[in-house]
Design a protein around this ligand. Structure first.
Ligand SMILES: NC(=O)c1ccc[n+]([C@@H]2O[C@H](COP(=O)([O-])OP(=O)(O)OC[C@H]3O[C@@H](n4cnc5c(N)ncnc54)[C@H](OP(=O)(O)O)[C@@H]3O)[C@@H](O)[C@H]2O)c1
Length: 239
């Protein structure tokens, strides 16, 4: 343990994010004060919302400040504790951002059990993306066995969980993804019934063939022409 490598937002991107928008610095590792913990981050999450936070606009969440550590979910190990709720060795999920070590009073930091699942799963299928898929599909869409569930960005963090949950509920799961390799993964590894490669240039025809009984539930991740194509195939009472 020598320094704390951090990634800061150096400038606000216009369009695509580039390396120049970030700055890597080696800061001193914080010394936890009374009531605080020091956490060594093992994994950090990279999520679509981060791009929005880089803009200087009003949003549902505070913007990412320049020259500050990039925001982000993390999972790591408590290495020092002056907080009775935590002890060294505890594995915790928090929002320490893009840095090797995080120090805080433990607010919003949760201990997790890694005896049965890998630590990284707490940022994936049993973390925010998995919960997003679970709540969106089961609480909002409420699919019934035998119905057809379509999800866009099907090979992504949220989409991959949506399709797998749909299969567990006895539905026909159809993904939409960009490229044959992603579609092969969605069908052969994730177990979806079908996947439409929207980059192949036949989105409407291929989607029609993949959903012979129409679409009952659509889990929307991308918008644009994919949403338009899906809306053409939705059944009465679809959601
Ligand atoms: N991750 C979370 O915990 C979380 C929580 C709440 C909400 N969300 C929202 O859920 C959605 C999916 O998030 P995610 O974390 O699963 O994302 P992800 O794993 O990063 O996947 C995003 C995928 O979206 C597809 N995509 C991007 N731009 C596109 C475009 N213009 N047209 C069509 N497809 C496009 C790409 O896949 P292809 O190559 O297949 O096109 C890309 O890989 C996002 O809208 C995100 O804001 C995510």
């Amino acid at each position: 343990m020598t320094t704390n490598t951090q990634v800061l937002l150096a400038s606000r991107p216009v369009g695509w994010v580039t390396e120049e928008n970030f700055k890597i610095v080696n800061a001193a590792i914080a010394k936890p004060a009374e009531g605080q913990i020091l956490v060594r981050n093992h994994y950090l999450s990279l999520d679509p919302y981060m791009r929005g936070r880089m803009n200087d606009v009003k949003s549902y969440a505070a913007k990412q400040e320049i020259d500050q550590v990039m925001v982000g979910g993390t999972v790591g190990e408590v290495v020092e504790s002056k907080n009775p709720k935590f002890k060294p060795g505890d594995i915790v999920v928090g929002m320490y951002g893009w840095q090797q070590y995080g120090c805080s009073d433990g607010t919003g930091v949760n201990k997790v059990d890694v005896s049965r699942v890998p630590m990284s799963a707490y940022l994936g299928v049993i973390g925010m993306p998995g919960v997003t898929a679970w709540v969106g599909l089961l609480d909002i869409c409420r699919p019934k066995a035998g119905e057809t569930v379509v999800v866009s960005a099907a090979s992504g963090a949220v989409g991959s969980a949506v399709g797998q949950i749909a299969k567990l509920k006895g539905c026909r799961a159809v993904g939409i993804a960009g490229g044959q390799a992603k579609c092969d993964y969605v069908v052969n590894e994730l177990g979806f019934d079908a996947c439409v490669d929207y980059k192949a240039g036949r989105l409407n025809q291929d989607l029609m063939a993949a959903v012979p009984n129409g679409i009952d539930c659509y889990f929307e991740n991308v918008g644009g022409e994919i949403l338009d194509a899906v809306l053409r195939r939705t059944n009465a009472f679809s959601r």
